[in-house]
Write a protein that binds this ligand. Structure first.
Ligand code: ADP
Length: 345
């Protein structure tokens, strides 16, 4: 390749956001741009392509492009050091001096694949969650139309269960819609000043009846703290955490206290919800904020949970540029801590 062509080619590929490598007819690397180097750090000009790109599928793709004279594509998986998917397109190009080159563009598909996987899992999970109460509703409808048609006592019992199932589906759909709304606005941090002590008071007032039903008391400690945010969303965070503490963290006399505290630490407002219940085993902790993940699915369903509460909390906290930390010790209880930046000034 004449040096003028080489300079132009190098300048061009350096301006591209995708990983690009130029290879000559002898399979030697002519030029590599920085994004390609970031993906395959061993690549160097003048080395044989196979030394820097040790992927048989990719090399095969380059050979096919050379043989066919057309653009060819390959996708392959590298397992070491971590699983990553790559995509390669290899296109023949004849430089002005007559040199026959192959232009390789390289992309890391790992993140795209992960997001796609998550989307597929999410649709499968959401459908499954809806199908169970729906199947039960249909079962009861059939029973009421058939064998239990004249049985008033059975009808009342079945209608009560059907009402519960319908409310369960409504909660699920409401939670799914909340989650998608928050996700849509994730990049926009809300800016209205929100009085966090007011939020804590509100949550204590609204959840005290639920706590009393479970034989629990809510203890609150607050300082004055105002954060830039969305009041309804922050209320949802505090409500979900306290409700979970009552649902999962109250087991008899010993663990009947649910604590909620609000403190100012430097430039952060720290909201902490603590229970003294059975706690969560360490293997579940990192996954609790995933959609539909439950440490104990039976218990969650029995308590009317959708499996989306903590995912909603995580997304709201992220939208507020805050942090959520979960600590738990089996037999001692759990602490959920939300740190949010205070309103400046
Ligand atoms: P849901 O309560 O609807 O199942 P969440 O997303 O709110 O869904 O919580 C996910 C799971 O985390 C719950 O099913 C439960 O297993 C666990 N969990 C949440 N809060 C607590 C807590 N305070 N103590 C023990 N386990 C908890």
């Amino acid at each position: 390749m004449v040096s003028r062509d080489r300079l132009i080619a190098e300048g061009l590929i350096d301006a591209l956001p995708e990983g690009v490598v130029l290879v000559d007819a002898a399979d030697r690397v002519v030029a590599v741009n920085p994004p390609a180097l970031a993906l395959f750090p061993r690549l160097r000009p003048d080395m044989l392509l196979a030394r820097g790109l040790r992927a048989p599928d990719a090399l095969d793709c380059v050979a096919r492009a050379r043989a066919s004279g057309r653009q060819e594509r390959a996708i392959w998986l590298e397992r070491v050091p971590v699983e990553r998917y790559f995509e390669l397109s290899a296109a023949p190009w004849t430089a002005s001096g007559g040199a026959r080159l192959i232009v390789l563009s390289l992309r890391d598909l790992t993140e795209t694949r992960r997001v796609e996987r998550m989307r597929v899992d999410f649709v499968a999970n959401a459908s499954h969650e809806l199908r169970t109460p729906l199947a039960s509703l249909l079962g009861f409808v059939e029973t009421l139309q058939g064998p239990a048609r004249e049985d008033a006592a059975a009808r009342d019992r079945f209608l009560t269960i059907m009402g519960e199932q319908a409310r369960r589906m409504t909660r699920l759909v409401d939670d799914l819609l909340s989650l998608s709304r928050i996700e849509q606005h994730l990049h926009l941090a809300p800016q209205t000043p929100v009085d966090m002590a007011g939020i804590v008071r509100h949550v204590v007032d609204t959840l005290t009846p639920l706590a009393q039903e479970s034989g629990a008391t809510i203890e609150a400690q607050t300082e004055t703290a105002v954060v830039p945010g969305d009041r309804d969303e922050l209320l949802r965070v505090a409500e979900n955490l306290v409700e979970n503490a009552i649902k999962y963290g109250v087991e008899g006399e010993r663990s009947s206290r649910v604590e909620i505290s609000l403190r100012v630490r430097g430039r952060q407002c720290v909201l902490m919800v603590r229970d003294h219940g059975p706690g969560v085993a360490p293997e579940h902790l990192p996954r609790l904020t995933e959609r539909f993940y439950r440490a104990d699915a039976g218990l969650s369903r029995a308590k009317g949970g959708t499996g989306l509460g903590l995912a909603i909390v995580k997304h709201i906290v992220a939208r507020h540029r805050g942090r959520l930390a979960i600590e738990s010790t089996l037999g001692e209880g759990s602490t959920f801590t939300v740190s949010l930046p205070l309103l400046p000034g």
